[in-house]
Design a binder for this molecule. Sequence first.
Ligand code: FAD
Length: 435
Amino acid sequence: MTELPVVVVGAGPIGLATAAHLRERALDVVVLERGDRAGAAVREWSHVRLFSPWSELVDPAAARLLDAVGWDSPDAARFPTGGDWADRYLDPLAEALGDVVRLRHEVTGVTRLDRDVMVDSGRDEAPFVVHVRTPQGDLRLRARAVVDASGTWSGTGPLGGDGRPAVGEREASDRVSYRVPDLADPVTRERYAGRHVVVAGTGASAKTALIGLARLPGARVTWLVRRAAVGDAFGGGEQDQLSQRGALGEQARAVVSGDGVTTVTGFRTERVERTGERLAVVASDGRRVEDVDEVVALTGFRPDLSFLGEVRLDLDPRLQAPRALAPLIDPNVHSCGTVYPHGVRELEQPERGFYPVGMKSYGRAPSFLALTGFEQARSVAAALAGDREAAERVELVLPETGVCGGAGTFDDAPTTGGCCSVPAGPALVQLGRAD
Ligand SMILES: Cc1cc2nc3c(=O)[nH]c(=O)nc-3n(C[C@H](O)[C@H](O)[C@H](O)COP(=O)(O)OP(=O)(O)OC[C@H]3O[C@@H](n4cnc5c(N)ncnc54)[C@H](O)[C@@H]3O)c2cc1C
């Protein structure tokens, strides 16, 4: 087994960071990426500006690897777009890692050699077999461990309030988008300018869309919010230790209180109807939003578990995140979005040697930060190298959102206990990386 590489699924920010940490630990690694470039998912939101500065978007092991090849590092205090992140960091990092990064390699299955998910016998000693689709045909790679950093970008949530597509949603697919519109693109601008646009969702993407759409000439925006009150959806404002995240919330608050945006709370979409050239969006309680031209549904992301059917997972039934991680990130319990650093202990699965990391590890939960993923990558690489002490050490403190004591995100009534009570374990000390 020790002769075999660790296979990392996905060459996004966290998959590549994992590869950099594994390389520092002198472990063989192969990174399989289904896109034709590293950071394929990030490139799809190239136009979105991140609320984290460069200083929080570069993994330390990746920086060491890049510095060794004379990397032109960006200004740590500036805020890149997704496109900048991919061009200036992910591409050079993939290049520095070399031919271990295999593009157009889509993972379609992960198994144990000769064993389906039911078989106990010899399971932990059997290598993993990673099933891969490439333009040249299918292949299988053996691995000593598998780190799933495949993200959740392709698993967009539907408009339907119960988590399934609303009746008529698919039929209206020409008018429903699940991505933050790129309003600098003339074609997209044309699509939304002067129209009545419904925006559904309360996360950072929905706020970004609201701000952009409300500023378009002649656009009328209706904001659909599933919960009973907007509450702390705008975040912690100046209290947010990530200033641009706070500012995004404040801008959205200002836009929403202006004339161009109508907010409808407690709206759980059940149907989308076509009325001539336009749509009507209908809630399960019968309320209707009429004369709609376009819908932008930004209701969160879901993990793709389809290629993990032969892997023994222990996921939280609500979040589809590792059971030990779920209490730290569950929006049913707290709305603050502050997450405490964690590593291999929270990520380990009954399938020994299989680790979900990055956005994928959060399942459906929001609030993932790249910094969190870099710490996961460091910890998992240490564990794979047999350095359990380093794996369990927490080397990171994370920025808090500044939203405290509110109701859970989906609650209609306040919950008890607030949201920012620090769980047993590592304390938050200050923003930034610990010495
Ligand atoms: C619009 C937006 C803005 C964000 N802003 C911030 C921010 O300001 N600060 C911050 O800290 N975080 C931010 N995030 C959250 C997070 O840091 C990013 O989503 C980050 O890209 C997550 O990295 P990842 O490597 O886990 O997943 P991804 O970036 O999604 O990478 C996963 C990779 O896996 C590949 N892949 C998927 N399935 C397969 C498969 N079956 N086989 C092979 N390859 C596969 C994909 O093509 C992709 O390249 C933002 C997220 C979004 C969507």
